[in-house]
Design a protein around this ligand. Structure first.
Ligand code: KPL
Length: 309
């Protein structure tokens, strides 16, 4: 293979869905997996997408060797937040000095970690409200098409513009934002409220607003996280409980990514969402008792199951 326009790094739910969407949109796309055996199987079978009750198979080049995709115009990191550094280093052989690297992950601190691996001016950050569920290897269910917001934390606006144009050409609804920190924090606040409450209760997003006590807690976590953001100098609208509640309703049928992780026995991203918000609060001498408690509770899920009598 001689270069791709978009390299998707990570074959999870978001990775498979974005690779399939872009390939369907006519973009030359590659999918990078850290496991060679799985990469070979996905390359052979293609990505299976379930949407609106129908199934499509989309052929996508998949490999564990990033050099197979050199040069990539844009690499999109969609691994779990705890794998960001390793994934960025894994992608290096696909990159040259003009490549952009975009994080579309949950959590805070991802672009800072990527900027330790590639020059900061190359790093773009984004959020997306597209939902996806991984059903098996290279097999994904689309759970609602959303909009991606993309920006350059270092102010390299031309790179953000080029990335938006490339993704839009591939059929991904996206827009450039000059206020990427605000967008990242807004998404982190949404995730801080919805993800642990769904992970702890086993409920789908929509059910959180049906139980009055959970609705109250949802709003309280959102407001606590919003206060931390403001204290960090980031503009956040008043009353974040409103948009969080609206997102629960819009994504009512979703099982949040954290609930999916807990159900599958995988590590969660709690340390990069509520844990990170609590850490930033602590650095500023602010209390963030709800984020701290939720971090402890989610970390505790599953601990002690093995070997218990
Ligand atoms: O981003 C999400 C996630 O599950 O991680 C939300 C917005 C909560 C949708 O499920």
């Amino acid at each position: 293979m001689s270069g791709v326009e978009v390299l998707i790094v990570g074959p999870g739910a978001m990775g498979c869905l974005h690779a399939a969407l872009l390939a369907e949109g006519g973009v030359r796309v590659g999918l990078l997996d850290h496991r060679a055996d799985r990469a070979a199987r996905i390359a052979e079978q293609g990505i299976i997408v379930e949407r609106d009750g129908a199934q499509t198979t989309v052929p996508v080049a998949c490999s564990a060797d990033a050099a197979d995709f050199h040069p990539a115009t844009l690499a999109i990191i969609v691994v779990k937040a705890y794998d960001t550094d390793v994934a960025a280093r894994h992608a290096l052989p696909a990159l040259d000095e003009s490549s952009g690297v975009l994080t579309l992950q949950n959590g805070l601190g991802n672009y800072e970690r990527i900027a330790q691996v590639v020059p900061e001016a190359c790093v773009l950050a984004g959020t997306t409200t597209t939902g996806a569920t991984l059903l098996g290897e290279g097999h994904v269910r689309e759970a609602g098409r959303g909009v991606a917001q993309i920006g350059s934390p270092s102010g390299a606006e031309h790179r953000a513009r080029d990335a938006v144009a490339l993704l839009a050409r591939g059929g991904i609804d996206c827009e450039r934002t000059p206020a990427i920190d605000e967008a990242l924090w807004a998404k982190a606040i949404v995730n801080a409220a919805i993800n642990p409450l769904t992970a702890l209760t086993g409920l789908r997003n929509g059910m959180l607003v049906e139980v009055p006590e959970l609705l109250e807690l949802l709003g309280a976590v959102a407001e606590e996280a919003a206060d931390v953001a403001r204290n960090c100098g980031v503009f956040v609208r008043e009353d974040m409980a409103g948009p969080v509640e609206a997102i629960c309703r819009q994504t009512a049928q979703n099982r949040s990514s954290m609930l999916q992780d807990v159900s599958a026995g995988r590590r969660t991203e709690i340390d990069f969402i509520n844990g990170e918000i609590a850490r930033r609060a602590e650095q500023r001498g602010l209390p963030a008792p709800l984020c701290r408690a939720l971090t402890a509770l989610v970390r505790g899920l599953g601990v002690g199951e093995e070997g218990d009598t």
